[in-house]
Design a binder for this molecule. Structure first.
Ligand SMILES: NC(=O)c1ccc[n+]([C@@H]2O[C@H](COP(=O)([O-])OP(=O)(O)OC[C@H]3O[C@@H](n4cnc5c(N)ncnc54)[C@H](OP(=O)(O)O)[C@@H]3O)[C@@H](O)[C@H]2O)c1
Length: 437
């Protein structure tokens, strides 16, 4: 049997401790599958005394992950610390430069430094594997990098943040407000104490930037993503979406257009009958559309110790199975030096259908004025409905418009015009409609 593969785990938190546990519990199975033993030779975390529910005393302890990255006592450096700078970045870089394979679950690091790190890995002839960085346990990186040769991707989109999907699912199922759902998600451990990063779309954007690079062979451009979070989604939107045959999801979408590549993260209406609309709670999903395959949808657990460990261990097993002298495939599907500059499509030229919800004064002429602003901007309407608002706000009406395909620029101009006309009593709500099978 080949020599054992020696791994060093940096970070023994939710994911790191699960990886160590699965490597121990599934040791015999992994040896059978990989043709060699995988042993945890070294570990690093901040606090050597913390009880992590797993005995790692047989592994050499390193206070400094940088030192562990450089030691000749490991073959693979597993980065499970997190963060886009500091010890995570420095230790991954050091490990690659020392000729160690690296496995990481760190989307923030890859979104910011992925291309530079890939260049080092490719120069050194080692693997930089990151299956767990996007959609947790779902094997989307492997699918895009290895299983879709010859396919040209036209669009990739997905539910990439379990916290947001959990909140939107509960808002719809139970009719409760965004704030109440968020509080509950925090109590149950599905949302951080500071939830901004998740609910405002940053986490989805990091993951999307990696998928965009794999899909279109471009450099990662995480700072060029149009982003809107879910905090202004109300029960009125959820109910109106349901009445119209849609469900609201926070999607990350990357799409090739005539003017460049769109990368956008925002609340989206998807047809209730579509497959992605059936993805509920903390579950993630990624849809990939290509010229040969058509649409593929992968769905499963996007976070959590075990699910994430499953992806990390798949990456380790790939390294264990690779043979010395074997030329490894490039990190982002094409050699890092050949990744093209990202050409951003302007959001104003985005084409699609739109849902617009307006709260207006209940007076004669308002309806006609709204219709005129739409017509003036060449927006053709699929439907326009007005409802009386009951209770204290009885002097108001809600007008809901659904447009046929139009542009973002036209919609913004029309809504600005309606706002200037002085008919609105509340902020207008605009939600993009996404085609989904
Ligand atoms: N949690 C998930 O469900 C999930 C899913 C997908 C991807 N990820 C990614 O996986 C990574 C780890 O996430 P996590 O949830 O496991 O984080 P976590 O529970 O906060 O664990 C982080 C670990 O890093 C260690 N650490 C922090 N600073 C360190 C330093 N300077 N030197 C050595 N060790 C240090 C901590 O040590 P102490 O324990 O001693 O404090 C802790 O063990 C992140 O990149 C995250 O984005 C997580």
């Amino acid at each position: 049997m080949a020599e054992a593969l020696r791994v060093g785990i940096a970070g023994l938190g939710t994911v790191g401790a699960s990886v160590a546990r699965v490597l121990r519990d599934k040791a015999a199975e992994l040896t059978r599958q990989c043709g060699r033993d995988i042993i945890v030779a070294a570990v690093s975390a901040r606090d050597p005394k913390r009880d992590r529910g797993i005995d790692v005393s047989s592994a050499k302890w390193f206070d400094d992950p940088m030192k562990m990255a450089q030691t000749a006592e490991i073959d693979v450096f597993i980065e499970l610390i997190g963060g886009d700078e500091g010890p995570a970045r420095l230790s991954v870089k050091a490990a690659l430069e020392a000729g160690r394979h690296v496995v990481t679950a760190n989307k923030a690091l890859l979104a910011k430094h992925g291309v530079a790190l890939a260049e080092i890995a490719e120069k050194k002839g080692v693997l930089l594997n990151y299956e767990a960085a996007v959609a947790g346990g779902i094997p989307v990186i492997k699918t895009m990098r290895e299983a879709m040769a010859g396919n040209s991707v036209t669009r990739v989109f997905g539910i990439l943040n379990g916290t947001c999907n959990y909140i939107l699912t509960r808002m719809e199922a139970e009719g409760i407000s965004f704030d109440a759902c968020l509080k509950d998600a925090q109590r149950l451990g599905y949302a951080e104490a500071d939830p901004t990063f998740d609910i405002e779309g940053h986490d989805t954007a990091h993951k999307l930037s990696i998928l965009t690079s794999l899909a279109f062979g471009t450099k990662i451009a995480a700072n060029d993503i149009y982003m809107e979070g879910i905090s202004n989604i109300t029960q009125a939107d959820i109910r109106a979406a349901g009445d119209l045959g849609y469900r609201i999801k926070l999607l990350g979408v990357a799409q090739r257009t005539e003017s460049g590549i769109e990368q956008r993260v925002h609340p989206t209406m998807v047809p209730t009958a579509s497959v992605i609309a059936q993805v509920h709670g903390v579950t993630n999903a990624v849809a990939i559309e290509t010229d040969i395959l058509g649409e593929l949808l992968l769905s499963g657990p996007g976070a959590g110790g075990n699910a994430t460990a499953s992806a990390v261990i798949g990456d380790i097993a790939d390294i264990a199975k690779s043979r010395p002298g074997f030329q490894h495939g490039p990190v982002f599907g094409r050699p890092a030096k050949e990744l093209r500059p990202y050409k951003k499509a302007q959001m104003r030229s985005h084409a699609g259908g739109y849902f617009i919800r307006l709260t207006v004064h209940d007076r004669i002429g308002v309806f006609a004025a709204i219709a005129k602003r739409m017509a003036d901007n060449d927006i053709s309407l699929e439907s326009i409905v007005q409802h009386a608002v009951s209770g204290e706000a009885a002097a108001q009406k809600t007008v809901i418009l659904v447009t046929h395909e139009t542009t973002e620029a036209a919609v913004r101009k029309a809504v600005d015009g309606i706002t200037k006309d002085g008919h609105l009593t509340d902020k207008p709500q605009v939600i993009r409609i996404e085609r989904a099978g």
